[in-house]
Design a protein around this ligand. Structure first.
Ligand code: EPU
Length: 419
C-alpha cells in the first residue's frame, strides 16, 4: 500500500471531454473466469488499476500466464496449479472470492484464505457457499480457510440466498461447466454480472436470461478461448457526471452505456442537474438550482451503493434536507465523518441512514478516504470546496479508478499527487 495523498484546490469549473475506462467490477470476474478454459483469452478495455494488478498477481501464483499492456490483457491458463491461495495474496482484494467457482470447476478443489478488502461492513460468504453446494460442491472445512471440493458439478435449480453480486458470479462460473441445466433465481443482474455472462457465452457457454434475476444455464463440456472487450465502467461514469455537476461545469463524458444508469439519471433530474444523453455519451451542463431528495440504494436496477457516497457529495450542494438510506452495507456512511471536517453537518441516524442539509459551503480540510467509493465521494466534495483539501489513503481511489486525478485534471481540476 502506498502513502500518496491528493492536494485538491477546490472551486475549478470542469470543462471539456473525458473518456470512461473499462469496468473494474466486470474485469475482475472476467479475469477469474478466464481460468475456465485452457485456451488463450484476450481482453481489451481492461482498466489499469491496483485491483487488476492484485488479481494478476494471484493468476501468476497459480501458474497462469498473463501479458498486460495497460489496456489489453492476454491470459493463458493452460495449467492451473491446485494450491492454497494464502492470506497475503487475498488480503488486499475481497474479490479474490471470485476464484472459488473457476478453481472448483477447473481443479475440482479450491483452498482460499478468507478475503480482505475494503472496510465497508460485514460481508459474509454464506451466499457463495450456499450456491456452490447447490451445484455439487462439498465444504471440507470453513474455519481458517475456505476449502471446497467436488467429484462432479451438477446443474441445479435454486434461489440465491440473497442477490449478492460476486456470489451470483461464482454460481454462474460454476454452472456453465456443470452437467445439465441450472436455473438460478434471485440472481444479481448488475451490468458487470451481465458482462461476465456475455463473456462466458463468447467462450461457448449457454446462459439465458442475462440482465434478469432468473438465469438459465445449460452446462457445456468445454469452453474455448475468446477475444472480448470489457464494458465501460458505469460507476466511474456516474462519478465524472457528479464531478461536472458539483463544479457547475460543462463536460462531455464519452464511452458510457446510458442504460446502465437509469435510476441515476432519474435521481439527477430530481435534483435538478441538467444533462443531455447521447447513444454512448452524456453532456453535463451547469444547473441553476439543486434540490434535496431521498436516495435509497439497492440491487440493480435500483440505485447502486457504489454511487451513494459520490451522489451524497452532490446533495451537500442541494437546497433542503436529503435523506440517505444505504440498504446494503453498514459501513458505507463513514465518509460523512470526513465531510464533517469540511463543514457539513450531517445527521447520522444509524449505520444505514443519514440526513444531509444543504447547500453547505464546504471548506478545505485534511481528510481520509475510507474505501474506494468513499474516496471518490470525498474527492468530489473537495472539488466543490473552498481552499485546499488534503486527502490521505488515496490507495483506495487508485484501487478502483484509472488515473482519476489525471482525468479530472485534464478537464480543469487542480489535483496534485504528493508522497
Ligand atoms: N446484501 C443485502 N441484500 C441483497 C444483496 C446484498 O443485504 O439483496 C448485502 C450482503 O449481505 C452483503 C452486502 O450487501 O453484506 C454486499 O453484497 P454483495 O455480496 O452483492 O457484494 P459483493 O459481491 O461482495 C460487489 C462489488 C462491490 C459492490 C457490491 C454491491 C465486486 C467485485 N464488488 O461486492 O463493489 O459494492 O457488489 O453492489 O463486484 C467496489 O467496487 O467498491 C465494491 C465494493
Amino acid at each position: 500500500m502506498h502513502s500518496h495523498r491528493f492536494l485538491v484546490t477546490g472551486g475549478q469549473k470542469l470543462e471539456g471531454q473525458v473518456r470512461v475506462s473499462g469496468s473494474k467490477n466486470a474485469a475482475l470476474p472476467i479475469i477469474a473466469a478466464s481460468l475456465l478454459t485452457d485456451e488463450t483469452v484476450t481482453l481489451t478495455n481492461v482498466p489499469d488499476i491496483a485491483d487488476i494488478a492484485t488479481i494478476e498477481h494471484i493468476l501468476h501464483f497459480l501458474g497462469v500466464k498473463t501479458e498486460f499492456d495497460g489496456k489489453k490483457m492476454v491470459i493463458n491458463a493452460q495449467a492451473v496449479a491446485n494450491l492454497e491461495i494464502e492470506h497475503e495474496l487475498v488480503s488486499k482484494l475481497r474479490a479474490s472470492i471470485l476464484f472459488l467457482g473457476p478453481l472448483l470447476a477447473r481443479n475440482k478443489e479450491v483452498r482460499l484464505a478468507f478475503p480482505g478488502g475494503c472496510v465497508i461492513g460485514k460481508r459474509p460468504i454464506d451466499a457463495h457457499l450456499f450456491a456452490l453446494k447447490e451445484l455439487g460442491a462439498e465444504v471440507v472445512e470453513d474455519h481458517d480457510i475456505i476449502h471446497l471440493r467436488t467429484d462432479k458439478l451438477i446443474g441445479s435449480k435454486f434461489t440465491m440466498s440473497e442477490a449478492s453480486v460476486t456470489a451470483t458470479e461464482n454460481a454462474i462460473m460454476t454452472a456453465v461447466l456443470a452437467e445439465g441445466e441450472s436455473v438460478i433465481r434471485l440472481a444479481a443482474s448488475e451490468p458487470h454480472v451481465q458482462d461476465l455472462c456475455n463473456f462466458l457465452n463468447s467462450m461457448g457457454a449457454k446462459i439465458d436470461g442475462i440482465g434478469t434475476h432468473k438465469l438459465k444455464i445449460k452446462g457445456v463440456k468445454k469452453l474455448h478461448g475468446t477475444e472480448y472487450r470489457i464494458t465501460s465502467d458505469y460507476l466511474e461514469a456516474g462519478t465524472l457526471v457528479i464531478a461536472t455537476a458539483i463544479t457547475g461545469g460543462t463536460v462531455d463524458i464519452l464511452d458510457i452505456n446510458p442504460n446502465h444508469l437509469d435510476i441515476f439519471w432519474q435521481k439527477l433530474r430530481e435534483v435538478g442537474v441538467i444533462f443531455e444523453l447521447g447513444e454512448d455519451m452524456v453532456r453535463v451542463l451547469p444547473s441553476k438550482h439543486l434540490k434535496a431528495i431521498r436516495l435509497q440504494t439497492a440491487v440493480f436496477p435500483s440505485f447502486p451503493t457504489d454511487l451513494q457516497a459520490p451522489f451524497t457529495a452532490l446533495l451537500t450542494q442541494a437546497e433542503g434536507t436529503s435523506f440517505i438510506f444505504e440498504t446494503l452495507f453498514d459501513g458505507r456512511l463513514n465518509y460523512l465523518y470526513e465531510l464533517e471536517k469540511m463543514g457539513l453537518k450531517p445527521k447520522i441516524l444509524n449505520p444505514y441512514q443519514a440526513e444531509v442539509t444543504g447547500p453547505t459551503e464546504l471548506m478545505g480540510a485534511n481528510i481520509a478516504s475510507c474505501d474506494i467509493r468513499a474516496g471518490a465521494g470525498v474527492l468530489l466534495a473537495a472539488l466543490a470546496a473552498e481552499g485546499q483539501t488534503e486527502i490521505s489513503n488515496i490507495y483506495y481511489i487508485d484501487r478502483g479508478y484509472e488515473e482519476l486525478d489525471k482525468k479530472l485534471n485534464s478537464i480543469g481540476a487542480k489535483i496534485e499527487r504528493v508522497k
